[in-house]
Design a protein around this ligand. Structure first.
Ligand SMILES: *Cc1c(COP(=O)(O)O)cnc(C)c1O
Length: 513
């Protein structure tokens, strides 16, 4: 097959695909369509999620891949037909996609991103400057290091003492932090594996300590690092769903008595279910007493550092040894862009200790800090930081402070609306922009937990599938609930009144069936 002449792509397609004229025509069409889409969506027109059965969307996506097998003709043969077809594909993608810029998007911890940040991302994508080594992505690497210094400064860990990396998401950042803590505590475990160094009986196996609401990626890290997920121990929560520090103290004392190595305590700022922040200064005090590595998963809440009004929620974060902070959440840039910070820069070299001399030149040690691949899971890595670096260069931290303040304030407003409404129950006072609640119409006032929980679930699905709002489900103490993250700065208090009315309307319809 491979040697058949017909399988060699026609050179004219290569010329067309790389033709700057096609790029320009398509680029103009893209900007036009996105501009109109953003204007409509931000004005609240059209659905939030245009709910479609995934099989229908799959069929539609497949239908674009015209023809079967090798030798099928291209769909376009000129700049004109290419630009036209490009425009149709963009239109389809926009019509079938989720509209996070709609003010009724109050769902997951994924923002209505600053639109212009996406243009900076396009710059990295079009020029394809990935960045395992400085030479391949010199500007992206420099922008990354500038942002590590800038954000690290809010932690009090400015270069040159503090260090960090950008990686594809908080899950990977947390994994990397746990790997560093493991390698440091269990000398030789990188080379010989955990078994090689911890040949002690299983009641002496090393553990990671976290809290009951911690993100699942911490438990996964235990599995991936060869500790076993059962060795990820969860400290119970206090009445506000924060790590109970007294119980942490007790657990660490018990582990010390049993002679079990503690790789790290991974605190949450905030944990995802209701957005509760662990009392970091108290956690730090306990970790210090036991000499344990303190990690803070501040994927969502790290941005509170940029708000003079709200930074109190992360009090004590600077005491940590490592911190995860997603820019693609509360710094409002498109996914993915996540930071991992180390208090001591040298720790960042503890994660991956082997050399790859063809990539990393030991003859130029002064450039080592710029070869990010020495310190990340990834080899090739997208130029992820350009969006953040770009908007920061345009607007500075002042924009971020406004975004944090507006969305955190809005959550408080929403909480007040919920407490004022007799048919709604807020399950907590918000510490950030996450609010969990239930709708309990009068007819369900005496219903069992099971009935109330199932109702929240049906209600959510009906509202989301109608396209009128997008919010997410949650289970608190075994009972279903509704969860909103106010992470679109264009959402207003009036939108939230409309949300409550929409839930009432669909709730009443639910009773009718
Ligand atoms: C979102 C989140 C994660 C997961 O982050 P990704 O970037 O999606 O991998 C982990 N921990 C916390 C606390 C989070 O909020």
């Amino acid at each position: 097959m491979n040697s058949a002449p017909s399988s060699t792509p026609a050179p004219s397609l290569i010329d067309l695909a790389y033709d700057p004229a096609l790029f320009q025509a398509a680029g103009e069409a893209l900007v036009d369509q996105l501009t109109q889409h953003l204007a409509r969506t931000q004005a609240g027109e059209g659905p939030v999620l245009p709910w479609t059965d995934p099989r229908d969307n799959l069929a539609a996506a497949r239908a674009q891949l015209a023809g079967d097998g090798l030798g099928r003709p291209a769909a376009v043969d000129s700049v004109e037909s290419g630009a036209r077809r490009f425009g149709e594909l963009v239109k389809l993608a926009l019509a079938r996609g989720h509209n996070l810029h709609h003010p009724h998007y109050v769902g997951h911890q994924v923002p209505a991103a600053i639109p212009i940040a996406g243009l900076f991302d396009a710059l990295g994508a079009v020029t394809n400057n990935p960045m395992a080594i400085y030479e391949m992505g010199p500007w992206a690497t420099s922008a990354e290091q500038a942002m590590i210094g800038e954000l690290g400064g809010y932690l009090g860990w400015k270069d040159p003492e503090g260090g960090g990396i950008v990686t594809h998401g908080a899950s990977l950042a947390n994994l990397t932090a746990m790997l560093v803590a493991r390698n440091r505590l269990l000398e030789g475990s990188w080379e010989d594996g955990v078994r090689g160094v911890a040949s002690a009986p299983s009641d002496k196996s090393p553990v990671i300590v976290t809290q009951a609401d911690a993100h699942y990626c911490i438990t996964r890290a235990g599995g991936i690092l060869g500790l076993g997920t059962r060795q990820v121990l969860k400290v119970p929560l206090d009445s506000r769903r924060r790590m109970d520090v007294t119980r942490l103290d007790e657990l660490l004392a018990e582990l010390a008595r049993a002679g079990r190595p503690v790789i790290a305590v991974a605190a949450s700022a905030c944990a995802t279910p209701i957005g509760a922040f662990d009392p970091l200064d108290q956690v730090a005090e306990v970790c210090r007493r036991y000499g344990v590595w303190m990690h803070v998963d501040a994927a969502h809440g790290g941005a509170a550092l940029l708000s003079r009004k709200y930074r109190g929620v992360v009090q004590g974060i600077s005491e940590a040894d490592s911190v995860t902070w997603d820019a693609h959440k509360m710094l409002f840039v498109p996914a993915l862009c996540a930071f991992l910070f180390y208090k001591r820069k040298s720790d960042s070299y503890e994660a991956f200790r082997q050399n790859a001399p063809y990539l990393f030149d030991p003859r130029a040690p002064e450039l080592m800090d710029f070869d990010g691949g020495l310190r990340t899971v990834e080899c090739t890595k997208r130029a992820m930081v350009l969006g953040l670096w770009g908007v920061w260069s345009l607007f500075g931290p002042a924009l971020m402070e406004q975004l944090v303040d507006r969305t955190f304030d809005l959550a408080r407003t929403f909480y007040e609306k919920l407490t004022d409404a007799p048919d709604f129950v807020a399950l907590h006072e918000p510490q950030c922009n996450i609010v969990v609640f239930r709708h309990i119409p009068a007819r369900l006032a005496a219903a069992s937990n099971g009935v109330v929980g199932a109702f929240q679930d049906r209600l959510r699905r009906a509202v989301c599938q109608s396209g009128r709002f997008y919010l997410v489900p949650c289970v608190i103490d075994g009972v279903g609930a509704l969860r909103c993250t106010l992470i679109n700065p264009k959402t207003t208090p009036a939108d939230l009144d409309e949300l409550l009315d929409t839930l009432r309307e669909f709730g009443a319809r639910d009773a009718a069936v």
